[in-house]
Write a protein that binds this ligand. Structure first.
Ligand code: ADE
Length: 231
C-alpha cells in the first residue's frame, strides 16, 4: 500500500495529526521532518512544509521521490475571495493557479507561465469527491469546490481581492496550494487542497487569521480522517 502524503504549512495545522497517528519513524529531508506511520488504518506521511510556494514545492517533491506517495492532501486556512463565503466555510480545490506569476509585459494573461501547456492545475476528481463529502459533514456553513489561488503574499486589501476574482476567478487565496499542484502535475500524482476560510483577505485579515487557526485545524483534521476512512 502506497502512503498518502498529508501536508500543512504551519505547526498548528499538523499537530493533531501527529498526536493521533501511530508513528513508525521520522526522516528529515531538505530541513523538513517527515512523520511516517498510520492514521485511521492508512499508511501516511505527515509533514509541515513551511509557508510559501518554494517550501511547499520542495516538500511535495520529497514526498514523491522518497516516499512514493499515492496522493497528496494539503490542508490549512485561506482568505475568502468569493463574497458568498463566510469565515469558517470550506473550499475544496477544483484546480489551483499561481496568482503572482506575471508575464503580462510579454502579452500573456496574468497567472500564465510561459512555455507550458497549462498554468491551472486540476485536482484529482476522486479525491475532490471524497473531500466534498467529508467537508460538508464538518461545517455548519458551506463547503464549495472552486479554484484556489496561491502566491507568496498575504492578501489584506479589497482592491486586490477584486482583481484576483476578476482576472483569475479564484474563490480563495493562500500561499502553497498551487505549488503543490504544480509539482503533482509535473509528476503525475493526484492531489487535493482543502482550505478553511480564516479571513476575507481584507483590512481585518490579520486579526481573523490569528483567531481562527485552532478551529480550522480541528476541522481539517476531521475532514482528512474521514477521507482516509472512505478511501
Ligand atoms: N492564508 C489565510 N489567509 C490568507 C490571506 N489573506 N492571504 C494569503 N494567505 C492566507
Amino acid at each position: 500500500e502506497k502512503p498518502i502524503g498529508i501536508i500543512g504549512a504551519m505547526e498548528e495545522e499538523i499537530a493533531l495529526f501527529l498526536k493521533e497517528m501511530e508513528q513508525e519513524r521520522t526522516e528529515e529531508h531538505a530541513g523538513i521532518s517527515f512523520y511516517i506511520g498510520r492514521l485511521v488504518d492508512r499508511s501516511v506521511v505527515i509533514c509541515r512544509s513551511g509557508v510559501g510556494k518554494v517550501n511547499a514545492a520542495v516538500c511535495t517533491q520529497v514526498l514523491i521521490d522518497r516516499f512514493q506517495i499515492e496522493a497528496v492532501i494539503f490542508t490549512g486556512v485561506a482568505g475568502a475571495l468569493d463574497p458568498e463565503l463566510e469565515i469558517g466555510d470550506i473550499v475544496v480545490s477544483s484546480s489551483c493557479q499561481q496568482h503572482d506569476v506575471d508575464v503580462t509585459p510579454l502579452g500573456l494573461d496574468k497567472g500564465v507561465i510561459p512555455f507550458q501547456e497549462t498554468s491551472e492545475f486540476p485536482a484529482d476528481p476522486t479525491w475532490i469527491q471524497l473531500a466534498e463529502k467529508a467537508a460538508s459533514a464538518w461545517t455548519e456553513g458551506r463547503a464549495i469546490t472552486g479554484k484556489v489561488l496561491s502566491g507568496d503574499q498575504f492578501i489584506a486589501d479589497q482592491e486586490t481581492v477584486r482583481q484576483l476574482r476578476e482576472q483569475l476567478n479564484g474563490v480563495c487565496v493562500e500561499m502553497e496550494g498551487a505549488a503543490v499542484a504544480h509539482v503533482c502535475h509535473l509528476n503525475d500524482v493526484p492531489f487535493v487542497v482543502i482550505r478553511s476560510m480564516s479571513d476575507r483577505a481584507d483590512h481585518s485579515a490579520d486579526v481573523n487569521f490569528q483567531e481562527f487557526a485552532a478551529v480550522a485545524a480541528r476541522r481539517s483534521n476531521g475532514i482528512v480522517k474521514d477521507m482516509l476512512a472512505q478511501k
